[in-house]
Design a protein around this ligand. Structure first.
Ligand code: FDP
Length: 329
């Protein structure tokens, strides 16, 4: 029986003696370690005094109801990143960039706990991260370091805390899936160079909002619902966990498409997902797995942000289906 490659070994091989790569490797290791701490808290759920409950406290930077666990997750990540070459951390839970290592050469963006509206329901939630290079001399102010198109990312990934704690990671050379082995305590490479099937019959969307969508999105859904007899000529299946990391992992496993369009509700004119720490990393991972990611029409990785907490309509997954959706616009 062959021995699975650990994350440690994978990162050491990938980084070699390249100092920039070693910086990225140390940063991803720190995020994975923080993830194990978060997974532990998530698994203890209501047993953890004062945590994982649904008690809302102050609204976070974007105005969503915040659970205490979101804040604790950010603290764990921040602590683990302190000794790494991370200059600044951008986080869903903090209005401004958080300064870390003054000598740092990287800027990290995180959604510390994606899907947190599901914490109390025992559904998989997760941590999403994006890593870009940072050079103090190149930017007038630190914020400019994250106001760059997603194509500037050097690494991205997400952890999902479900039946297994998994890490889906890219360093720009394909997308790898690591699974945390509870027996050894290591993340082990379970699937390398994942490929999302180009075609799919499965979509994930919060269909209850159909009346708020724009006409192209409504037509797309109507054609899916029409099945074999309709213009798409096939019967579709719907799967929507409502926790993006869980929906994304399903797509990395068997294909499909995740759609969160803009809609007419107040605050949803740019959809729900955040560009820098949700859409960018997902788009990088998906493209590295031969899938597609757009805001409906435009490639996500080509978009330049204008605000740290900016939202964006998001479509990602099986390439042919992402293209099909673009054709409706
Ligand atoms: P959450 O606010 O719980 O963190 O990131 C936003 C997100 O969840 C995604 O994980 C999820 O796919 C989506 O919002 C769910 O939105 P709806 O509640 O509108 O279905």
């Amino acid at each position: 029986m062959s021995v699975a490659v650990s994350l440690k070994t994978y990162l050491a091989d990938w980084a070699g003696s390249d100092a920039s790569r070693q910086a990225v490797a140390a940063t991803v290791t720190a995020i994975a370690e923080a993830g194990l701490g978060i997974a532990d808290l998530v698994a203890r759920g209501p047993l953890e005094e004062g945590l994982a409950n649904i008690r809302g406290i102050d609204p976070n930077a974007g105005g969503d109801a915040q659970k205490e666990l979101d804040v604790v997750a950010e603290e764990l990540i921040r602590e683990k990143l302190l000794p790494t070459p991370t200059a600044f951390l951008a986080s869903e839970e903090s209005e401004e960039l958080i300064p870390l290592n003054p000598e740092g050469r990287l800027v990290v963006a995180v959604d510390p706990l994606d899907g947190s509206s599901n914490i109390d329901t025992n559904v998989s939630v997760g941590t999403i991260y994006s890593i870009m290079p940072y050079d103090a001399a190149a930017f007038a102010k630190p914020e400019d370091a994250v106001m760059r198109p997603g194509s500037a990312q050097v690494a991205a990934g997400f952890l999902a805390y479900g039946p297994a704690t998994i890490l889906v990671a890219t360093f720009g050379e394909g997308t790898q899936v690591f699974v945390h082995d509870r027996r050894t305590g290591e993340f082990l490479l379970a699937r390398s160079d994942v490929e999302i099937p180009a075609e799919t019959k499965e979509y994930g969307i919060n269909q209850s909002n159909v009346r708020h969508w724009d006409a192209p999105m409504q037509r797309y859904l109507a054609d899916c619902l029409a099945g074999k007899e309709g213009p798409r000529g096939k019967d579709f299946n719907m799967r929507w966990v409502g926790s993006m990391v869980a929906d994304a992992f399903r797509i990395f496993t068997r294909g499909g498409v995740y759609v969160y369009p803009r809609d007419k509700r107040k605050g949803y004119d740019n959809g729900r997902l955040r560009l820098i720490y949700e859409a960018f990393p997902l788009a990088f991972l998906v493209e590295q797995a031969k899938g597609g990611a757009t805001d409906g029409t435009t490639r996500i990785l080509d978009i330049t942000p204008h605000h740290i907490h900016q939202r964006i309509p998001l479509v990602f997954g099986s390439k042919a289906e992402v293209d099909a959706i673009a054709s409706y616009y």
